[in-house]
Design a protein around this ligand. Sequence first.
Ligand code: GDP
Ligand code: IMO
Ligand code: MG
Length: 432
Amino acid sequence: MEKLVILGAQWGDEGKGKIVDLLSESFEITARYQGGSNAGHTVVVNDQKFILHLLPTGILHEHVVGVIAQGMVVDLEVLEEEVKNLEEKGIPVKERFIISDRVHLVMPYHKLLDSLFERKKGIGTTLRGIGPAYMFKYGRRGIRISDLTDEKRFYELLKDNLEFVKNICEKVFCENFSLELEEIYEKQLRIYEKFKNNVGDVLQFFMKNNKSVLFEGAQGTLLDIDMGTYPYVTSSNSSALGLSNGTGLPPNYFADAYFLGVAKAYTTRVGEGPFPTELKGEEGEKLRELGGEYGSTTGRPRRCGWLDLVALKYAVQVNGLHGFVITKLDVLDGFEEVKVAVAYEYEGERIEHFPASYSVLTKVKPIYKTFKGWKRSTKGIRNPEELPPEAKEYIKFIEEYTGVPVVMLSTGPKRDEYLWLREILKTRSSYS
Ligand code: GDP
Ligand code: IMO
Ligand code: MG
């Protein structure tokens, strides 16, 4: 396989990191193309845990070249820290990634604005400055990494931005503004100096390197700025819609790619916003505890609920998915029964599509189909024949409902805790 796109099919944290790590073994390049350090992609290798925020997860494999493409917003301080942490853990990455010269930078004042806006709006963001960085980009006020090649220009852009933010801070929020121009200027240039050899033209890089690529989506379909549960979304196209504008590659480049959606066997969401199948009582807490559902980036408890097939089918349509990986099946191992939403009820009517309207989404009631639980461990099963029949039935129903095959199951956080139901590419049967 030459091109694989891995996307979150729910509200993020589906276990994309684990799956990208597993599958990027077979690719030469792994690229991220939207979002920024709001992402937290967890990989567990030999009991060592890595959480990647900016670098593509595939970079953990020493033969992989990482790409930070133009659609991302990059916080240089986070990048510096991430590279340092990985290198301290014995994974040299510095010489193995390229940052698009078109990426916009996340500055300290974007993080400040993120926290000020949160006071009024309460989206429950990760406070990583993502929304304000994209606001500046689309408002044509952003600073791109290539602006740092011209120190005078960078200084002027920064000065203009700081005056603008100072006004918002003092006049709109009546807050003291204490960020220093010189300090930000020096720090950004110092870090840029470290990474300037990593900065390049990503389009030319792809044109020159006719190699196999894994594209790693961050967040998930329902957090997409256009297709998600607006305004409770992130500020980029985190569905397949973000691929072309995020990489700078034309849409037909992806025509022969395999689109793989990652979904948990249940549903979680972190932050505010509509969540039709949310379980607020004991069952939700049980899912949270068994699934260890606390944010990888912020540590916040994730809201939990049953699998929402209406939403999953929508993810198939929005992304053109060819297959699913269902993760965290093991978390359902102890349940007497498990449920999936097959439709919603809205004002007495049954609806089977995922609605756009916030007002509708907050009022819909899920209509469930109940399955008998399998009540035994699925952890570490490698042979599909050994799966409990009830688990097989659960997976079969997901396939029938969504019209898309479940190609892989993940049954634990570690690299080798997975099984193919239909092998779409070769993985080593066991990692050390
Ligand atoms: P991502 O943002 O989609 O990469 O997902 P996160 O890393 O934020 O969250 C997924 C969490 O589930 C991490 O703690 C993973 O280590 C863990 N995880 C991934 N797959 C499985 C699985 O199949 N079973 C269990 N129990 N945990 C998993
Ligand atoms: P990964 O890649 C889960 C959520 C935040 C908030 C909303 C907007 O690890 O799946 P933002 O900081 O982006 O402006 O926050 O989006 N969010 C995520 N939720 N996983 C993520 O990334 C997320 N990135 C952002 O919680 O609700
Ligand atoms: Mg995550």
